[in-house]
Design a protein. Structure first.
Length: 65
């Protein structure tokens, strides 16, 4: 699910919105109910390096041989 950050032009409240689809309409401000929210530029970064371990039991189709 895409995560978007919105800012309300009326009360300046910023919040995250978890969209079910990319084409989902912008939400209303949860603080004041205003519409016409501004989608903010947001990036995701992680400095943690991990590798996927797959299925630990070996019983699922995601396990690696």
């Amino acid at each position: 699910m895409p995560v978007y950050v919105y800012k309300c032009p009326k009360c300046s409240h910023m919040f995250d919105h978890f969209a079910r689809t990319i084409s989902e309409a912008a939400p209303k401000c949860p603080k004041c109910g205003a519409e016409g929210l501004e989608k903010q530029f947001c990036t995701f970064a992680s400095n943690k390096k991990e590798t996927a371990s797959g299925c630990s039991t070996g019983m699922c189709s995601l396990s690696r041989d």
